[in-house]
Design a protein around this ligand. Structure first.
Ligand code: PEP
Ligand code: MG
Length: 576
């Protein structure tokens, strides 16, 4: 009999495939004393040899997929693995303490990582993170613990896992992964956002329900409704295969809107833009007819790297996007690290409340060299297209002023070096905190544009963690307080004649188009896959009617009442 599990639909689509259980195996360290030290030394060496072979294979694959430049990172890893001082130290531990190879290696690695982590030189400090990673592989191989590899999956895999980190998502073997299901997480967790930009169906936050499930079992994922079916019957397979075909057919139909503008029935036009996480997403942007990029999350460039990307490396990525968009706006956000996004090579402190902690621009203003490198790369790339710079997680004008001063410094440097850039480049901010939303007009005086980040604005307005599935029923952008904050931001921007877009996931919520359009939003920026649907919505709307809806909705008391009112409005306005 099949088993039905409910979760949160995080990226649309329907898939019928085979389970791939992804759970990092635990390494068991034998802490007993041993007699045969020769045997342990052999195990140590053996583990190292296997690790080297694996790293060489990954190197080769990376070279084919991403080029020699990225592959050369693994040369550094192999050098670290073959460090003879570390090896000799571990051998000494085995002999002196009469302990197992894994026990000695774990201790040796801890000492080495601590020593590297304390060094002044940032390059050497960052090697500590590499060594941890390599050491784990070595320990896996000594103890014969299986290493699961997300970049090499069996055909038609549906991944089931506790959670996927954004870097796990970035490594996915796209040829063979059909969908993913996670036990924790919400719609606006970054793994969900990545799934949407990669157009991989995903259901998240299902809870721990997979103890009986094995890799290879049949599975259906209906990521339109948030339903997972384990061991489906023949009939269920037929039904969902049909549903999948219908979903794909509608997707095809929407392609006809690719070159159309988002203009309402009464002739009001808004921008229909896309969010991206890397230049690899440009295909989806162009295919879905987005008219610009409202958010490029640059932190993924930092996260999928072994050290801070250099100015040149960043320049190449930003230039590629600017050129591909051929003069359409490309809004590039400075590194938004912290919260649920960590950098393996930068020791971010463990915090009680990471979403309220040292993240985003706070990190960048404390480490101005990071921001300056990024500004210089952005400025250089601005000579190749229409780049706008956007700052995340703002709470005060002091942050805007400090950032603008650093940007000016970079402009001056480039002028002196004779390097071209856009002298009129715009510097805007994200409206992600109530601190900005409720004082929007004062911020608008010193910013060139706004973009509302509802993913964070909702969590900070409601004090509800965006990634916590336990309270996902409370995380609701239709809460009147969130709508009020959005309205304040839009009115504040317009009072100073600057434009305002929305790049949070709410912009791609088909039920929200009328209310946002009625409030006067100038552009919607979302996962590329949502662009045609939002264009279709705008084309069926009348701005005056949407304005009346806003007035009505803002007088309501609860999210439920708001959603009911909007539902009634939508059902009389949209014909599918
Ligand atoms: C947001 O907070 O709405 C946003 C777009 O930024 P991120 O999801 O990357 O935090
Ligand atoms: Mg945000």
């Amino acid at each position: 009999m099949s088993i039905i599990i409910n979760g949160i639909p995080a990226s649309p689509g329907v898939s019928v495939g085979k389970v791939f259980l992804y759970k990092e195996n635990e390494i068991i360290i034998n802490k007993n004393n041993i007699e045969d030290t020769e045997l342990e030394k052999e195990r140590l060496l053996n583990g190292r040899n296997i690790s080297k072979e694996q790293l060489l294979a990954i190197r080769e694959k990376t070279a084919k997929k991403l080029g020699e430049d990225k592959a050369s990172i693994f040369d550094g890893h192999i050098t670290l693995l073959e460090d003879e001082d570390l090896f000799d130290e571990v051998v000494e531990l085995i002999e002196d303490e009469q302990i197992t190879a894994e026990n000695a290696l774990e201790q040796g690695l801890a000492g080495y990582c601590e020593m590297l982590g304390c060094l002044e030189d940032p390059y050497l400090r960052e090697r500590a993170a590499d060594l941890k990673d390599i050491g784990k592989r070595w320990l896996f191989n000594i103890t014969g613990t299986e290493i699961l590899d997300l970049s090499n999956l069996p055909k038609d895999s549906v991944i089931i896992t506790k959670d996927l980190t954004p870097s796990d998502t970035a490594q996915l073997d796209l040829d063979n992964v059909l969908a993913f299901v996670t036990e924790i997480g919400g719609k606006t967790a970054h793994s969900s956002i990545m799934a949407r930009s990669l157009e991989i169906p995903a259901v998240v936050g299902t809870g721990e329900k997979y103890s009986e499930v094995k890799s290879g079992d049949s599975i259906i994922v209906d990521a339109l409704e948030g339903v997972v079916i384990l061991n489906p019957t023949e009939d269920e397979i037929k039904t969902y295969t049909l549903k999948r075909e219908e979903f794909l057919a509608e997707k095809e139909l929407l392609k006809q809107l690719k070159d159309k503008d988002a203009v309402s029935k009464d002739g009001k036009k808004v921008g229909a833009w896309a969010n991206i996480g890397s230049p690899k997403d440009i295909d989806g942007v162009l295919k879905n007819g987005a008219q610009g990029i409202g958010l490029y999350r640059t932190e993924f460039l930092f996260m999928n790297n072994d050290c801070f990307p250099s100015e040149d490396e960043q320049f190449e990525a930003y230039k590629a996007v600017a050129e591909a968009l051929e003069g359409k706006p490309v809004t590039i956000r400075t590194m938004d690290i912290g919260g649920d996004k960590s950098l393996p090579y930068m020791e971010l402190p463990k915090e009680e409340n990471p979403f309220l902690g040292w993240r985003a621009l706070r990190v960048c203003l404390d480490r101005p060299e990071i921001l300056k490198t990024q500004f210089r790369a952005l400025l250089r790339a601005s000579a190749f297209g229409y780049i706008k710079i956007m700052l995340p997680m703002i709470i005060s004008l002091t942050e805007v002023r400090k950032s603008r001063a650093l940007l000016k410094e970079c402009m001056e440097e480039l002028r002196n070096e004779g390097i071209a850039f856009d002298e009129n480049i715009q510097l805007g901010i994200m409206v992600e905190t109530p601190a900005v939303a409720f004082r929007a007009s004062s911020f608008a005086k010193e910013c060139d544009f706004f973009s509302i980040g509802t993913n964070d604005l909702t969590q900070y307005t409601l004090a509800v963690d965006r990634g916590n599935e336990k309270i996902s029923n409370l995380y609701n952008s239709y809460n009147p307080a969130v709508l009020q904050a959005i309205k304040c931001a839009i009115d504040g921007a317009h009072s100073e004649n600057i434009s305002i877009s929305m790049c949070g996931e709410f912009a791609g919520d088909e039920n929200a188009t009328a209310i946002l359009f009625g409030m006067g939003l100038d552009a919607f920026s979302m996962s590329a896959i949502s662009v045609p649907r939002i264009k279709r919505n705008i084309m069926s709307l009348d701005k005056t009617q949407c304005e009346a809806l806003v007035e009505k909705v803002l007088s309501l008391a609860t999210a439920e009442e708001v959603m009911e009112e909007i539902k009634n409005f939508n059902s009389s306005n949209y014909t599918k």
